[in-house]
Design a protein around this ligand. Structure first.
Ligand code: SF4
Length: 445
């Protein structure tokens, strides 16, 4: 998919400086992080040679702007999962950012003297650290698989991401969410000859978790997730399928890590056994607030469950898991995607803000990830997409922060530390802004 609205290099610094002044309610680290997530990043291949670091495990989606087959051999499967930017031009606090490969991005990582740095053109912006390889990655399973294939970590080692079903039974443009590349990612990985397990077995998950249990003290949370199951999977219903993993993990390692599930919106009665077995946080992702866009961009969810029922189930899940422990995601920026999306940033923000306000008023804390226009999604079939402008994300962060603070909600659990210099959540800056106080409140929005 062609993408436009990449910042011109000469304008980038000025734009960032302007936003730094205008959005003093946000830490500047969050502003830069959102822009790197929005535009993606490229690497000079020499910058990665000879270095040891944790590479992208492609834990659920590609999160790349460029198809795997179009990536150069020196970069494909060589990029880090995340980078940590710090110091440099703006004396940044350490800030962790997920890596999305985009060979057109103005952000580029290169060697600088004897260390790595983030640049645009000849201007150095920040120093870079690469994520460490967890100790347990040295093992391999009885079936010869790497731990990063079965139980990878993201968020600088904090979150064990268990995509136990790497496909979705919502299939094709009539059912798949229009922005989602889970099925396309699976196909790309297989086409590249990667071992990429479609359905992970309970036993291989437990095998890898046993090493993490013994050898790792960084991971604090695990997520069980995967695609939707409309019929059955290996003879099990959707709920029974996902439940078997929670049950086995909590039986073997009770309360060892905080347990989260990312699934469809289920009825309260169905959620009780998950809670009683140890799940603490529930993510029934609603993706997009606007009713028209929900039905157009999430046709499978609309057809099989429906928006009204989805929302009712989210609200009722608070009775099961408690305030701030029901955390539906929305895909920030996709409200502006062509051809169905809003034509103005203010309309997109007004709509999503309404959703945030609605959920937070009921003790639900929606969070967001940053839309990445991957190449093989339904949206890619509509031709060139325009990246949402940075101002959209800054308005969204500002709205989210103001509403979150107005309801005095607790910090959502399962995301690690919060605040600038502390947050580990890497696919949006919502955790980076929690608790931030403007240095000059009179100028803050
Ligand atoms: S329900 Fe939608 S977002 Fe979730 S895996 Fe399926 S297609 Fe992707």
């Amino acid at each position: 998919m062609k993408v436009s609205n990449i910042s011109s290099k000469k304008d980038l610094l000025k734009e960032l400086e302007d936003f730094r002044e205008r959005y003093s309610n946000l830490p500047f680290e969050a502003i830069l992080k959102q822009d790197i997530l929005r535009q993606g990043i490229q690497f000079d291949p020499a910058s990665l040679q000879g270095k040891k670091f944790k590479k992208k495990d492609y834990f659920i989606f590609t999160f790349d702007h460029v198809a795997l087959e179009e990536q150069s051999q020196s970069i494909r499967f060589q990029m880090p999962e995340e980078i940590r930017i710090k110091g440099g031009h703006w004396n940044l606090l350490p800030t962790i950012v997920s890596v999305r490969n985009n060979s057109n991005s103005p952000y580029i990582v290169k060697n600088h003297e004897d260390y790595l740095a983030l640049f645009f053109e000849t201007e150095k912006l920040a120093d870079i650290e690469l994520p460490p390889i967890p100790e347990y990655y040295r093992h391999s399973t009885k079936a010869g698989k790497s731990p990063g294939e079965i139980a990878p970590v993201i968020e600088w080692g904090y979150l064990i991401y268990l995509t136990v079903f790497r496909n979705c039974q919502y299939f094709g443009r009539e059912e798949e969410c229009a922005f989602c590349d889970i099925n396309h990612n699976y196909r790309q990985q297989k086409n590249q000859g990667r071992p990429y397990t479609g359905v992970k077995s309970v036993s291989e998950i437990l095998e890898v978790l046993s090493w993490i249990d013994k050898e790792d003290s960084t991971a604090k949370t695990y997520t069980i997730t995967g695609g939707s199951v409309t019929k059955d999977l290996r003879g099990k219903s959707e709920m029974d399928f996902y439940y078997q993993y929670v049950q086995a993990i909590e039986e073997r390692f009770p309360n060892r890590w905080l347990s989260k599930i990312v699934t469809q919106a289920w009825e309260k009665e169905d959620l009780l056994r998950f809670r009683d077995t140890g799940v603490k946080v529930y993510h029934p992702n609603y993706e997009i607030w606007d009713p028209r866009l929900f039905s157009l961009l999430c046709p499978g969810k609309e057809r099989y469950i429906g928006r009204e029922k989805w929302i009712r189930r989210i609200l009722e899940a608070v009775d099961v898991f408690g305030h701030s422990c029901v955390i539906p995601n929305f895909v920030a920026g996709v409200e502006l995607a062509k051809p169905h999306g809003f034509s103005s940033v203010s309309d997109a923000i007004d709509s999503t803000k309404e959703g945030i306000e609605f959920f937070m008023s009921h003790g639900v804390v929606p969070r967001f990830t940053t839309w990445c226009p991957e190449p093989f999604t339904t949206l890619a079939e509509f031709g060139e997409q325009t990246l949402p402008p940075l101002v959209y994300f800054l308005e969204l962060l500002s709205s989210w922060k103001a509403i979150f603070e107005s309801y005095r909600l607790p910090v959502p659990p399962g995301y690690g530390s919060h605040g600038p210099g502390q947050a580990v959540f890497s696919v949006s800056a919502f955790m980076d802004i929690i608790g931030y106080q403007a240095s000059n409140p009179s100028k803050a929005k």
